[in-house]
Write a new protein. Structure first.
Length: 295
């Protein structure tokens, strides 16, 4: 397995491409937008520079990583020689199904098709392909180059051979793969998202403020990041999408998204990506923080 195609140059896609390339794989990073590809490569370069400054990689390793990545704005060309495709597009069912229909026709017969979905059924995705036994979930955690966990999700028809191949491949990336079965939210988000949703409900009900809620969970429960801050980093739209998938999948009201979360997403307050969520990440706010250091 030498050629890895990664679909989507956003936060997860560029992180996955970075990780494979750093471990010597040839990566084809694919996105329909050249601007997204440019931004993705800029992010990879920035992250490599940060690693370089900390002494965790050498200049030669940085250059080798970048040289291992080729960008494509055409799906057909990008997956032509892929041994593995990892789809990391937006968390939208219809979009993912359309991508996998195309991959089924464009990829070589022996190409394994993986998705980085955080909640959508692997079995449903596999059903639109001509190789359901070769479709699997590879749910990386953000930031991908740093976080050790990869959830490996077996669809109903995923073969033992494909599962074992992806488990071993994940280890070659210095990750810890954990095999789970195909149910809404899998393990990570089935546990995480209700916690985040409950934190939003706690804020919505006026029990405490944003800072207070996050401080209780950080200092009282030893979480490295509070649930509201974590939601901002994940993206409130992504959190809402995952909760909706679980609510529809289980038909259980405990997964129903808090009205405050729904309203924030409708208002465009998506967290870090939009500059504002439960916290303010705007440039003006950054300037205020910098000015405060010298006042």
């Amino acid at each position: 397995m030498k050629n890895i195609a990664v679909i989507g140059a956003g936060t997860m896609g560029n992180g996955i491409a970075h990780t494979f390339a750093q471990f010597g794989f040839k990566v084809q990073l694919i996105d329909i937008s050249q601007a997204s590809l440019d931004k993705g490569m800029a992010t990879i370069t920035k992250n490599l520079d940060r690693m370089l400054s900390k002494g965790s990689i050498t200049e030669e390793e940085k250059e080798a990583t970048l040289n291992n990545i080729t960008t494509y704005d055409n799906l057909k060309d990008g997956v032509e020689y892929a041994s593995l495709v990892v789809e990391a597009a937006t968390e939208n069912v219809d979009l993912k199904l359309n991508i996998f229909r195309e991959l089924s026709e464009l990829c070589p017969e022996d190409t394994i098709l993986a998705t980085n979905t955080s909640s959508i059924s692997i079995t449903q995705i596999a059903a639109v392909t001509n190789r359901p036994d070769m479709v699997i979930g590879m749910h990386f955690m953000n930031p991908v180059p740093i976080m050790k966990l990869v959830e490996i999700i077996r669809g109903y028809n995923t073969s033992d051979e494909v599962t074992n191949t992806i488990m071993e491949l994940s280890k070659k990336l210095n990750k810890v793969p954990v095999e789970v079965n195909d149910y809404p939210g899998f393990v990570a988000n089935r546990i995480l998202m209700p916690m985040i949703n409950e934190a939003v409900e706690t804020l919505y009900n006026g029990v405490a403020g944003v800072y207070e809620i996050d401080t209780v969970m950080k200092l009282g429960m030893a979480h490295p990041m509070g649930p509201l801050q974590l939601a901002d980093f994940i993206g409130l739209d992504v959190c809402l999408s995952i909760l909706n998938v679980m609510y529809e999948g289980f038909k259980n009201p405990k997964y129903a998204p808090c009205p405050l979360l729904v309203n924030m997403v409708m208002a465009g307050k998506l967290g870090v990506k939009s500059g504002e969520g439960f916290y303010d990440y705007s440039e003006s706010r950054k300037a205020e923080k910098v000015a405060g250091q010298f006042s």
